[in-house]
Each structure stands twice: as C-alpha cells, then as structure tokens.
Design a protein around this ligand. Sequence first.
Ligand code: UDX
Length: 429
Amino acid sequence: MTVTFIGHGYVGLVTAAVFADFGNTVYVIGHTKEKIENLKKGIIPIYEPGLEELVKKNVDSGRLIFTLDYKPAISESDIVFIAVGTPTTKTGDADLSAVLAVAEEIGRNLEGYTVVATKSTVPAGTNKKVKRILEETKPEGTEIDYASVPEFLREGSAISDTTNPDRVVIGAESQRARDLLVKLHEPIKAPVILTNFETAELIKYAANAFLALKISYANSIAKLSEALGADALKVLEGIGMDRRIGNMFLSPGPGYGGSCFPKDVKALISIAKDNDYPFSLLEEVENINGQSRRDIVRKARKTLSDLRGKKIGILGLAFKANTDDMRDAPAIDIINLLQNDGAKISAFDPKAMEIAAGVLKNVDYKKDAYQACDGADLVIVLTEWNEFRELDFEKIKSEMKTPNIIDGRNLYDPEEMKARGFTYIGVGR
Ligand code: UDX
C-alpha cells in the first residue's frame, strides 16, 4: 500500500517507519525544511531507541520518503494519517489548530478514493469537524472515508509497542475503509477492535486517564504507607498480583509527566464538562499528581530544614527513562520549587540536559552523576535511568557534603542505603 503520515513527532515518525518496514511505501510530510532535510539523511529530531536505524534502513530502501510537498504523497496514498500535535490550550482543551489546518491541505490534494485517519489524540467529535473540512475542500470526483486509529505507543519502547500492541483500534464508518485499515495492520498480531469514530477516540482518552489514575492511586497508597509504616512497594505488589488489578503502572514516584497523561487527563475532564458531566474522579487524579511532585519538595525541606543556599544534586530530568523528553517532566516543577526556596541546583541526565537547559534556568548541568552529587547537601533521584541503579555510593558519599538522598523512583534498597551511611528517603517506604 501507499500511505502518508502528516507529522513526524513520536507517533508519526515511529508508525511511519514501522509501516515502511512492513513493505509499504510511506510518505511523511512535515512543514520545516531543515527537519525534513535532516530526516532524509536519517537524522531524527527525537531520541528513541532503535528508531534512527529503522528510519535509515527504510529511507535507504526507498520505502520511507520525507517531503514538504502534499501533492504527490496525498494523491498516491490509499490511506492518509493525521499525526500532528494536539497541545493543551490555556483552558485545558486540546488545541486542534494543526489538525484542522492539515485537513484543509489534505482535502485540496486528494485524488480518487482515500481513507483519512486520525492518529493524533483528539476529543470526541473532532473527526466530524475534520470530515466537514475535507468535504468542503476536496476536488470533484474524489471520494473519502474518515477513520480514527488511535495510537498507544510509549516513548522509550515505541517501536515494540507499535509492532506488538495489546490491541489495534479502528474506528471507521464504511466497510471499505475498515477493510483497507485492517489490511494495513495485518502484519501486527493483535486483537482488532472495529468500531465507530467516537468510540475509537474515547478508547484512547479513557485508557490514558485510567493509567494516570493507577499512578495517582499508587502515589496515594505511598503517602498512606509512609504514615502507617507500611512498605508501599509490597502493598502495591500485593494488590497487583490480583489479575483483576494487574501489576503495571503502579510504581509510586514524583507523579506522571510527559506529552500524554497530563494533557489527556485534562482534555477528558474538559470533554466531560462540555457534556455536563463533572468528572471529579479525574480532577482528583490531577490533584494527587500535583501533590506527588510537591511531596518530593516537602521531603527536601524536612531533610534540610532550610533550603536557602543548600546545594541539591538532581539525578534525572526527563519525565521517564530512555527518553530526552522534558514535556511536563516532574523535574521542572520540583526544581522550580526548590529554587524558589533558595536551593542551588546541579543536575545530570544522560539524554535530556540539552532540552532541559532551554526550560530550566540557573541549573549547573554536570557531565555525570558523580559531578552532580559533588559537594551536595542532598541528592534527589527523579528519573529511573538504569545507569543510576549501579552507582558507586562509597564515592558519592565521600564527595557529598552530607549523605542525604531522596530516591524519587525507589531505585535503591532502603536498608542497604542506610547501611552505607545515607539518610535515605524513598516514596512510600
Ligand atoms: C503514555 C501511554 O503509556 C501510551 O500508551 C500513550 O500512547 C502515550 O502516553 P508515555 O507518555 O510515553 O506513554 O509514558 P509512560 O510510560 O506511559 O509514562 C507516563 C508517565 O507516568 C511517566 O512520567 C512515568 O514516569 C509515569 N509512571 C508510569 C509512573 O509514575 N508510575 C508508573 O507505574 C508508570
């Protein structure tokens, strides 16, 4: 098949590369010349394990084509995926301007029969707006079907999430569109849910909000465990063994961040409000997430009494491991609060420092974890990078001013850390 992706963010680029690897001809349309020129050379704008190799391989084979031009791509394609960003507006809604703008471009360049599918996470009802734009702009004699094919990939494991998902969701009105989309997804061995647009769109929001809810629940259990002297990790392991609950997404920490959960929870609250349903459960999920971030700062205040002039070393800035993404990273709020209290921050992250430097000012970015800890009154771990699991703590202890550690990701064994002479504070134990 010939397929086009509009947008080369995480979703667009990864899915395009995977479908090209399955043997399809895949166009990827962007609007920044420099980015498209780089992509043609295999230089990708994001860090994602395995993605650069996959992109290069498929560019070299001629199956993955990056372009600024809508015309040949759209007119040759059986399916066009809209995979542009939907950031949160000031009011908490999803900003649809990019989706609606590309819909117009697609409409103008259509030829023959085409399925136009949304991969961007958009509020229920958006597809109807896109469909109206396409109907208004499409040339005479062309035929389109509209579909919603939400994406569930996670950063850091995006390729395997795309090739081995738990399910494929296809929301389409016509059988012809459904058949084409089912055929495109055939190499993926996963159950397929065939449904209408609205259901497909809501599955995506409902899934992300539920996962965010699990994390806030784990963070609440962590708070309660600290008060009761229980070990939250054991409590959560204990409940996760119940197959009705499941053991994933129950790790307490500094709260969820990233480009999806914060935005999608907000958007679902806003969608519900627009439909006269106050989704108070999700409002509380958000509140607890904010508390989880502030709780790390509270622990820092408790450990050092007064943060003024104190040196705090931060290990990990990205919103999670294996990514350089800083979007809504807990580290941003936490470092801002620590700085407001007068703390001096040094930090190390294996991948995210360049991006972090654009967001977090007055931070002394260091070359490695040891340098970030050097002379510190307190070290706080905020991202669960594997390289932080195996640090030389003798060295760290000898270089810190006072051996205090707040392990925001529960990477270390509390007893071992105490035996090494650290004042250790985890999350929920
Ligand atoms: C998420 C969804 O998982 C994915 O299906 C969707 O397509 C996009 O959004 P992503 O944002 O890449 O993916 O990261 P994810 O691994 O889900 O983690 C999100 C946040 O939750 C991170 O900040 C992570 O640290 C946090 N998290 C996750 C926890 O705090 N505890 C957990 O148990 C799991």
